[in-house]
Design a protein around this ligand. Structure first.
Ligand SMILES: Nc1ncnc2c1ncn2[C@@H]1O[C@H](COP(=O)(O)OP(=O)(O)OP(=O)(O)O)[C@@H](O)[C@H]1O
Length: 262
């Protein structure tokens, strides 16, 4: 379970570069984001470009330190005990960096070693993940030259190698075709089901259809703030719209729509 409360992050321009000129204004990437993601469900952060989704997930994953707010992963304070919290998280970041000279298996086993898994246990785990993610034919190939979908599967397997209870995915379907997206959707559905371990999955996306199909709970983020939370049906109802796209536009762009009307 992941609990995020009143998260705030501002990026200041580096002082040294602007000594002679007027520095640009600081960027408030995350103003006030709150959400709770429970086990056995997929929670989606949905928001337009630049809304603060990636920065929020990077803070949850302990990669960026917030200026204010609280983050708990299974009751562990990420700011107080980041290592302990990280053990309970599998993170697929936007970078997806793999070692090109290593095979998919070697990439995953390397991460398993970093998590302290013994060699035999690591290889057994790779085989389980290859089955779940349908990537057996890829395992012994060098990742150099892998397609986007192949890279994503390998990076996801690497993120899941220590069987974390919480899975954080930043824009997981970026660059994937329809079949790869479907395969990922199925894998995520399995992982949050009782048979897959009832994981707590949090993902970010700006693609409404994807969120509508995949997420049990949606957190709408706009201008660095949580502006609405609920199931797709609840969000449609609160916006008074039948169509999710219309509801999303109303909820996420309320400020802009008001300015146009004024
Ligand atoms: N390291 C940084 N330094 C300065 N500004 C940053 C930094 N990281 C993010 N930002 C800014 O913070 C804002 C939120 O960015 P973020 O990447 O979190 O948004 P996002 O919702 O993930 O967007 P997208 O859907 O386009 O990926 C943007 O204006 C971005 O330019």
């Amino acid at each position: 379970m992941i609990r995020v409360e009143a998260l705030h992050k501002r990026f200041d321009p580096p002082a040294s570069r602007w000594r002679a000129r007027k520095p640009p204004a600081p960027v408030v990437a995350v103003d006030r984001v709150d959400f709770t993601a429970v086990d056995g469900r997929i929670t989606g952060l949905l928001g337009p470009n630049g809304a603060g989704k990636t920065t929020t997930l990077r803070m949850v994953a302990g990669l960026v330190v917030p200026d204010a707010g609280a983050i708990e992963v299974d009751g562990i304070d990420v700011l107080q005990a980041p290592r302990q919290a990280l053990r309970r998280m599998g993170v697929l970041s936007d970078a997806r960096g793999l070692y090109p000279r290593l095979s998919a298996r070697e990439n995953i086993v390397y991460y398993a070693a970093l998590h302290g898994l013994e060699r035999d246990a690591a290889h057994a785990r790779v085989d389980v993940l290859a089955q779940t993610l349908d990537m057996k034919p890829l395992l012994e190939r060098r990742t150099e030259g892998f397609s986007q979908g192949e890279r994503m599967k390998t990076a996801l397997a690497r993120a899941l190698v220590h069987d974390p209870a919480n899975i954080i995915l930043d824009e997981p379907t970026n660059g994937l075709d329809v079949l790869a997206t479907r395969a990922l959707r199925e894998a995520l559905r399995h992982l949050c089901s009782p048979a897959g371990g009832g994981k707590c999955i949090v993902l970010s996306s700006h693609i409404m259809q994807e969120v509508e199909r995949l997420c049990d709970e949606v957190v709408v983020v706009a201008h660095g703030r949580t502006v609405a939370v609920g199931t797709v049906a609840q969000l449609c109802e609160s916006a008074g719209e039948r169509d999710f796209e219309e509801a999303f536009v109303k909820l996420a762009f309320a400020q802009e729509l008001q300015e146009v009307r004024a």
